[in-house]
Design a protein around this ligand. Structure first.
Ligand code: FEO
Length: 162
């Protein structure tokens, strides 16, 4: 194994974090669908798929460096959001949390002089900048539009997804 036991544990934890994020986004997507906001639902479904992709990318890296992937239980996500804004606020908070998790991994890689893992994590550092920015933008749109005008906002979201 070319990474430390601690790094393998922490990367496995991040696989679980990303699967949890995926599951959370899936639940948010169902909430949007319940509100009749189909484009929001699709946007969050896509995000769930991306998070699953992140989990798989880290899992593959763990295997590439000859460590063992150990999947963990996924937590039950919140399902009773009261408004679109509440969902997007929770999504932004979740992305900020993931950013901290990635930063902690980068710090561990630096501390251990683990250049391969540090290099691997660069993609995630950039991805988090983009994901936080895009969720912050969506929150601005939802706040400006107000809960009663979200159907009109859906066209704009559809454009941003294409
Ligand atoms: Fe994979 Fe959006 O964190």
């Amino acid at each position: 194994m070319s990474i430390s036991v601690k790094m393998a544990e922490q990367l496995n934890q991040q696989v679980a974090n990303e699967f949890n994020a995926a599951y959370k986004y899936r639940a948010m997507s169902f909430c949007f669908a319940d509100m009749g906001l189909k484009i929001f639902a699709k946007r969050f479904e896509q995000q769930a798929d991306e998070e699953r992709g992140h989990a798989m990318k880290i899992a593959k890296y763990i295997q590439d460096v000859n460590a063992k992937v150990e999947l963990q239980a996924v937590a039950k996500p919140k399902h009773d959001y009261k408004s679109a804004k509440e969902i997007v606020e929770a999504a932004l908070k979740s992305e900020e949390t993931v950013t901290s998790q990635i930063n902690a991994l980068v710090a561990l890689a630096a501390q251990e002089n683990d250049y391969a893992t540090r290099n691997f994590l660069e993609w995630f550092v950039e991805e988090q900048v983009e994901e936080v920015a895009s969720m912050r933008e969506l929150l601005q749109w939802v706040t400006m539009a107000g809960e009663n005008n979200l159907f009109q906002l859906e066209n704009r979201i559809a454009q941003s997804m294409s």
